[in-house]
Design a protein around this ligand. Structure first.
Ligand code: SAM
Length: 230
């Protein structure tokens, strides 16, 4: 870890609710209910609980699941406080179309955290303590893998080789991989995105960048969609 990483700093444990996840990855409900989904990193959000409630199958993977529920909930609360302070210092970098205002943002993050807390029973087959780029899942185990706010988001913590290995690992375990956002927490597009995409293509995984309706951080309106078994 660097002493003064750019953007928000250390990796945040966040708690987005189910609906926000669908929007940021450009997915419909049918997309996430039609086969096993991997959410890596799952964080302390409500996506998995939302999928399960609706009858779908999902596994969340995140190193934070090695901790107990109070520790994870505490980390997510601290992460929300840090996020709000960062937002306050960078107000011009946010658009208020998805969220009405700060109160709405806080309410929806709390909603995600409550859904997580009700669903989490410690590390088990549904919440797997694991870290990219090494996942304990069989090849093609999932129809779809979602990776939000880790790749591209923290370039000071994870170098280019890590990103390549993480994408290779996600494409190994899932038929399609979606990564969001494509900018870091200092609001800059990941500079080696095209290089990574060329590498994926050369290894048989064509990808595209798609526009999504969801936007919160200015410039975070695109998702990377990788055909893992192209
Ligand atoms: C900002 S949260 C994102 C959570 C969720 N995907 C979302 O979009 O709200 C980042 C998460 O990445 C997890 N994390 C950190 N290093 C990781 C790694 N090497 N592999 C997988 N997850 C990691 C952290 O524990 C944290 O929960």
């Amino acid at each position: 870890m660097r002493l003064n990483p750019r953007g928000i700093g250390e990796v945040v444990v966040s708690s987005r609710p189910y609906e926000e996840y669908l929007a940021m990855f450009g997915l419909t409900e049918a997309d996430v209910l039609s086969g096993p989904v991997l959410d890596c990193p799952g964080g302390a959000g409500g996506f998995a609980a939302g999928v399960r409630t609706r009858g779908g199958t999902v596994v969340s993977a995140d190193p934070v699941y090695a901790q107990d529920a109070p520790a994870i909930v505490g980390a997510a609360r601290a992460g929300l406080e840090r996020g709000l302070a960062y937002l306050e210092r960078n107000r011009d970098s946010y658009v208020w179309t998805w969220f009405r205002d700060v109160e709405d943002l806080v309410a929806r993050r709390r909603e995600g955290l409550e859904a997580f807390a009700a669903d989490f029973r410690g590390a088990d087959a549904r919440h797997v303590a694991a870290s990219l780029p090494h996942l304990p899942f069989a090849e093609g185990a999932f129809r779809l893998a979602l990776s939000g706010y880790l790749l591209f988001t923290y370039p000071d913590h994870f170098d280019l080789a890590w990103h390549r290995d993480a994408l290779d690992e996600l494409t190994r375990v899932a038929g399609e991989v979606r990564v969001y956002p494509l900018i870091d927490t200092a609001y800059e597009r990941y500079p080696a995105l095209d290089e990574l995409r060329r590498g994926l293509d050369a290894r048989g995984h064509p990808s595209e960048v798609r526009r999504v309706e969801y936007a919160f951080q200015r410039g975070a309106d695109e998702v990377l969609v990788v055909a893992a078994r192209g």
